[in-house]
Design a binder for this molecule. Structure first.
Ligand code: FES
Length: 439
């Protein structure tokens, strides 16, 4: 395998373009990142009862998240053990069992093979059905209703994997009151490498991309710290590549919100919930002031009241999913505003993401050309200027700066760690330490 820390040379702030298009690197990502790590499946409220199911992905593998008869969360590979056909085609629903439409093998909600047509006459009862159940994820856990699964038996539990920053990413949305998921998940495919879509999560430099959306009035210019902006940003660094990057709430903001937590500005900036004492307690100072984009490595992004997955579909194709949540106790006007933004900002009909997608597509194309490939990409913004500080109380590291590419460098550094490690033991031992001082 190549030296991944050389391809992602963060001493020089350079990233080799091959990591966005090389087939072998892509296959290894599926192996060492997605098949090894914790992957978001769905929200518990999407499968509240035994027999409810939701189709998701682990890397490129289709998986079924369900509840067995006892109500236990289970995740199975969506492939029949006979010839491999999918045993579930519906994206979401309720069932008593999973029937393969090819030859009729049937699996229970606990994954056991419970029906084989011709078991007596054709198999002569010579098939140990107990050995041919659906392949189950060894780890399935949820944190505050968000269900994750992991296929690697040696992985740490979800709590340890998330760590304080990963948990804070989910707290940022879970603390928004009585969460109710909006029916349906917005899905669309963009012709880009999944990492470029993830990279963009932290990108507060690309304001020009969205000028047409701003000019058409389709969405408000929410990027306060962009070029020409004077407001600070905050990047929070976590274990295994989790991070939060984006604008920093100022003390003046906090004072204004405290004075009027339900006013239109607080609502439109999506910040009113931060003023709740229990939320301030959960997030702590570092989290309360970081109002940007929380990201759980490798591909789970929290954006306000939405959650997005960047699902790899090949080195040059990414499926983007958006789950939308609303606080049941929110005033109707606020709920309507949230829905309007959910539909018109991101997803298939979202102006912002369609504009982004054009750029990601072109960037991905330019990682394939034999000539363009010779020239690495520049990730040098803020290098040698960003100062990593540590919050005394929580021990969490953060950087307060203007627009910077530090969160991207942190994510690619984590990517190189995951790609280099051959096992969880390696990854725990050899991942890059969070830097201190000037980074
Ligand atoms: Fe499923 Fe044959 S492939 S029963």
């Amino acid at each position: 395998y190549p030296d991944f820390h050389a391809l992602v040379d963060l001493q020089a702030g350079l990233v080799d373009r091959s990591i966005f298009s090389d087939e072998e690197i892509y296959k290894l990502e599926l192996e060492r990142i997605f098949a090894r790590g914790w992957n978001f499946m769905c929200h518990e409220s999407q499968i509240p009862k035994p027999g409810d199911f939701f189709l998701s992905f682990i890397g490129d593998d289709s998986v079924i998240a369900t509840r067995d008869k006892t109500g236990k969360l289970q995740v199975f590979l969506n492939t029949c053990r006979h010839r491999g056909n999918a045993v579930c085609r519906a994206e979401q629903g309720h069932t008593k069992s999973f029937l393969c439409t090819y030859h009729g093998w049937t699996y229970g909600l606990d994954g056991k093979l419970i029906g084989v047509p011709g078991y007596k006459d054709f198999y002569h009862e010579d098939l140990d059905r107990s050995q041919w159940g659906l392949v189950a994820a060894p780890h399935v856990e949820s944190y505050k209703g968000f269900v994750f699964a992991c296929m690697d038996p040696d992985a740490p539990n979800l709590n340890e994997f998330l760590g304080p920053v990963g948990r804070m990413c989910i707290d940022q949305i879970a603390s928004r009151g009585k969460l109710a998921i909006v029916d349906g998940v917005s899905k669309n495919i963009i012709g880009c490498n999944w990492k470029l879509a993830v990279d963009n999560v932290f990108d507060y430099y690309h304001v020009i991309t969205h000028m047409s959306a701003f000019m058409s009035g389709g969405t408000a210019p929410v990027i306060r710290g962009g070029p020409g902006g004077s407001e600070p940003q905050r990047t929070v660094l976590g274990e295994y590549g989790h991070a939060i990057g984006g604008p920093k709430l100022t003390e003046e903001d906090v004072d204004a919100m405290k004075a009027s937590p339900n006013d239109a500005v607080a609502q439109s900036r999506d910040l009113y919930h931060r003023m709740l004492p229990e939320v301030q307690e959960t997030l702590g100072d570092v989290g309360v002031y970081a109002q940007g984009h929380p990201h759980i490595f490798p591909n789970f992004w929290v954006s306000g009241n939405q959650v997005s997955l960047r699902i790899p579909r090949g080195p040059n194709k990414t499926e983007i999913w958006w789950f939308t949540f609303l606080d049941e106790d929110m005033p109707k006007e606020t709920r309507d505003m949230r829905m309007h933004r959910a539909i018109h900002a991101f997803g298939a009909a979202g102006m912002l993401e369609q504009e982004d997608g054009e750029n990601w597509d072109q960037s991905t194309r330019a990682t394939r050309g034999v000539l363009a490939k010779r020239y690495p990409l520049n990730f040098r913004m803020g290098m040698g200027h960003d100062i990593v500080q540590k919050d005394e109380k929580s021990g969490i590291s953060y950087i307060d700066t203007l627009v910077s590419e530090h969160p991207q460098r942190w994510t690619y550094r984590a990517w190189a760690d995951w790609m280099t490690a051959e096992s969880w033991a390696d990854l725990k031992r050899d991942r890059a330490p969070i830097p201190e001082g000037i980074a």
